[in-house]
Write a protein that binds this ligand. Structure first.
Ligand code: BG6
Length: 487
């Protein structure tokens, strides 16, 4: 079969999760608190259009002192810590070739700067990885998916401090050595660009603690530390694990010009550049020239140490992974209606696109554009490690869940992904986000469901946690079985 006929025989089909959104067991077996454990669920009526993911230093201290009584759904997830066997058996039934999970850093190094790792935490992932192996499911492991140990936030202000590089190296070395025979595919930082949107979520950084600096000045400095750390652990992985593949990961925020006014085209291009800046550094190994003017205008001066540029240049990633949910539009012109998007609070509505229950625009063709752009720019293999539809599901009286809307979304995106492969893009695999319902990253809601597998739990944490199969379960099972032929 030539590459232009469609997906290769060894295409990696599967699903993706993050420890903090599924595991629960936030204080068991020696785990320390992570940044995600402090993010409350605020009902939509109170929250409005804002996200749940930004917390302040003051809030954290009040929570720890027991002075606030909010609910923290990410502490409980869907109890994957105890149900992983049952859940992995369902993934196997779906026919998964790959399962993307993250290691919760605070389960291994509870304070981040501990001398020795927590053996019970390491054992937990041994069990999970062995369970995957049992079904021949390839693990794809993210080292950092919004799970910075909270102690590193309080003590060092997270990734704003250069000291985090060393702690991260130690953590990575520990898990590389431990799982070197079990894990071949790694991702260093989930959606590394998110640090500029939410420095707390992306890097455990509390901006208000840095006096006299803007959010962006702080965030780009923290990102620089993550770039160096990512390059150093890529080096480590290459030394420790034979045949390893290490990837970077961005939230690909595809931006269109809202009109064909040249100023709009330019604005969209600048926005895309800001997004691709991260991939430039990690895949090409250098800060791209286009960012200089932006840095100048925003008065952003990155403090680098001697040798940083060489490290970044030398240890670029083996593949590029990304999440894709939606596209957004920008304009310099007068324009009316607004929409939201993945981490975008306000964008211009694209009248050619429909929106999800959460107002994100549904744009399957965008995934083909994103794939082609990334491949043309960097000529490295790509991996779609998140894509999916967050939607309200209704359980019928007989227990069935007819999520045709989810099937429609996924099928159209996979169709476009196939077109991109025919265009010549080298694509390693596809992991749909949240194959089993999990706690939403941006809103901490449970009702924003992505799964093929339903989990009986509501936004207030009530429910039996029972798993059941939605219509999309059988649909995706068949997609995998036919290697993407039957959509
Ligand atoms: C990505 C994150 O941004 O989007 C995931 O890597 C997240 O952690 C996913 O869950 C979907 O976003 P949300 O806010 O709907 O959970």
């Amino acid at each position: 079969k030539s590459q232009h006929d469609g997906f290769s025989e060894n295409f990696l089909w599967g699903g993706a999760t993050a420890a903090n959104q599924v595991e629960g067991a936030y204080n068991l077996d020696g785990k320390g608190l992570s940044t995600a454990d402090m993010i409350p669920h605020i009902p939509k009526e109170k929250r409005g259009n804002s996200f749940a993911m930004d917390v302040t230093a003051d809030y954290i201290e009040k929570v720890l002192a027991g002075e606030v009584q909010d609910r923290y759904p990410k502490r409980h997830g869907i109890d994957f810590y105890h149900t992983y066997k049952e859940d992995i058996a369902l993934f196997a039934e779906l026919g998964f070739k790959v399962f993307r999970l993250s290691i919760n850093w605070a389960r291994i190094f509870p304070n981040g700067d501990d001398k020795a790792p927590n053996e019970v935490g390491l054992k937990f992932y041994d069990h999970v990885l062995d369970e995957l192996r049992k079904y021949n499911i390839e693990p794809l492991v993210t080292l950092s998916h919004y799970e910075t140990p909270l102690a590193l936030t309080r003590k060092y202000n997270g990734w704003y401090s250069r000291e985090l590089i060393g702690f991260f190296e130690k953590y990575a070395e520990t898990v590389f050595k431990r799982y070197k025979d079990k894990v071949k595919y790694w991702i260093t930082f989930n959606e590394i660009n998110v640090i500029t949107h939410s420095p707390y979520t992306g890097g455990g950084v509390l901006v208000e603690k840095v006096k006299g600096k803007t959010k962006e000045q702080v965030a780009y400095q923290a990102a620089h530390h993550q770039f160096v750390a990512s390059a150093l652990v890529t080096k480590l992985a290459h030394e420790i694990i034979p045949d390893v593949s290490v990837g970077c990961m961005i939230a690909r925020m595809l931006t269109y010009p809202a009109t064909n006014h040249p100023e709009d085209i330019l604005k969209a291009r600048q926005q895309n550049n800001k997004n691709l800046f991260f991939t430039n550094v990690q895949a090409k190994g250098e800060y791209p020239s286009f960012i200089n003017r932006y840095f100048q205008e925003q008065n952003i001066v990155i403090e680098k140490e001697q040798g940083d540029d060489e490290i970044i240049k030398k240890h670029t990633v083996d593949y590029i992974s990304f999440s894709y949910y939606t596209s957004t539009s920008v304009t310099t012109q007068e324009h009316g209606e607004k929409v939201t998007g993945n981490l975008i609070k306000s964008a211009i509505k694209n009248r050619h696109l429909e929106t999800s229950d959460w107002g994100w625009q549904i744009d399957p063709v965008g995934i083909r554009i994103a794939l082609n752009d990334l491949y043309d720019l960097y000529k490295k293999p790509l991996f779609i490690v998140e894509n999916g539809l967050g939607a309200y599901d209704k359980v019928e009286e007989n227990g069935e869940i007819h999520d045709q809307y989810r099937i429609d979304y996924l099928s159209k995106h996979i169709q476009q992904m196939k077109e991109a492969v025919k265009d010549g893009v080298e694509l390693l695999g596809y992991t749909a986000w949240g194959p089993i319902d999990l706690v939403s990253m941006s809103t901490s809601e449970m009702s924003k469901r992505y799964g093929f597998i339903y989990v009986d739990q509501d936004d207030d944490g009530n429910g039996t946690l029972k798993r059941s199969k939605k219509d999309s379960f059988y649909w995706y099972q068949n997609v995998i079985k036919t290697n993407g032929e039957s959509l």
